[in-house]
Design a protein around this ligand. Structure first.
Ligand code: NAX
Length: 327
């Protein structure tokens, strides 16, 4: 029997947490023979901790063979202790009348604290995946607080955007989602991000040739993918939860599986013209569990360059808004 992987999850009593935890405990994230210990972190309020207890009761009731233990806590130092993976889902939602800058600052405080604590108490091989919005900038803030863990240990999720793009291309072409490959997301997890359709393939052929409708790809396709989150809220009356949880499972599983090729928001280091200091969605290849290299060399047309410039501008603006929190 392998020794368990310790997975810390913040916002564990939230709606993404509810859809995520059974997937991790069932083996979907780390494989069918890998035990896990869930270290569940919530805010120090009775209502949240009570809800967390209820979630843990349900996990008990599933009798998952791979679930070796659970820790329920409102103390991040306890929750992140020796964690191999820290999944930062919890964040403050945007309230009425709240400006983007206010949201960045409010959430910046959370990720400032969590980045420093993870650096202090998490495992030697610690990896961090940020979902709480604005995910790219929150991830940058957390990474900036680390002295022991290098920036490549901190990633943010754009996999939901990749999955949305893959599914839209499949629908348009009338094929299975598994026939669509090499669709990567560049930039921010926001409507500004760019799904680079020119490199996508459908059954091994360029998606552009198969779909044969550049006007749709450059217009409605980018729009649908970019604004899918808002469309879900309009339809469901609540933000994406099952798909976000499933995409986080994909994000971590792909980073855990050498050879996987997928989109992750990572420190850009200047690739594809991004500001070197921002966390941008980029195509990566997993080299060993938790480690990756950015796939370079994709040619960008003028349209792609302008989309990347726009999403980069937004990331730089976000960075400027939280400049006093970095380092
Ligand atoms: P919920 O409001 O249902 O749950 C959030 C939970 O986080 C709450 O239980 C809250 O008590 C907890 N929390 C807040 N601050 C915390 C802290 N400092 N430590 C521990 N727990 C804390 O939100 P949910 O729908 O689960 O969404 C969570 C986050 O994911 C939001 O920021 C949301 O914007 C973001 N999303 C990111 C996506 C992405 O692709 N990157 C897509 C889905 C989602 O919108």
């Amino acid at each position: 029997m392998k020794s368990p992987i310790k997975v810390a999850v913040t916002g564990a009593a939230g709606q993404i947490g509810y859809a995520l935890l059974p997937r991790i405990a069932s083996g979907a994230m780390f494989g069918p023979d890998q035990p896990v210990i869930l270290q569940l972190i919530e805010v120090p309020f009775e209502k949240a901790m009570k809800a967390l207890e209820g979630v843990a009761m349900e996990l008990d009731d599933c009798a998952f063979p791979l679930l070796s233990g659970m820790v329920l806590t409102d103390d991040p130092k306890v929750g992140f202790a020796d964690a191999n993976w820290s999944l930062l889902v919890g964040a403050r939602p945007r309230g009425p009348g709240m400006e983007r800058a206010d949201l960045l600052k409010e959430n910046g405080k959370i990720f400032t604290a969590q980045g420093a604590i993870i650096d202090e108490v998490a495992a030697e091989d610690a990896r961090v995946a940020v979902v709480g919005n604005p995910a790219n900038t929150n991830c940058m803030i957390a990474a900036s607080k680390a002295r022991r863990l290098t920036p490549d240990r901190f990633t943010a999720m754009v996999r939901l955007d990749q999955n949305r793009a893959q599914s839209q291309l499949a629908k348009k072409a009338g094929v299975a989602t598994t026939d669509v490959t090499d669709i990567f997301i560049y930039g921010n997890h926001s409507p500004s991000m760019f799904p680079a359709f020119a490199h996508a393939k459908i059954s091994g052929k360029p998606a552009r040739e198969v779909i044969n409708d550049d006007a749709w790809l450059m217009g409605p396709f980018c729009e649908i993918v970019g604004k899918r989150g808002a469309a879900i809220i309009a339809a469901r009356g609540a933000s994406s939860a099952a798909s976000a949880a499933s995409s986080l499972v994909d994000h971590v599983r792909s980073l855990f599986t050498p050879g996987s090729i997928h989109s992750v928001a990572v420190k850009s280091n200047g690739h594809y013209g991004f500001d070197p200091e921002v966390w941008a969605g980029l195509p990566v290849k997993t080299t060993s569990p938790g480690a990756f290299e950015v796939i370079t060399g994709f040619e960008m047309c003028e349209f792609a360059k302008s989309k990347i410039a726009a999403t980069n501008k937004e990331l730089v603006e976000e960075r400027t808004m939280v400049a006093d929190m970095l380092g």
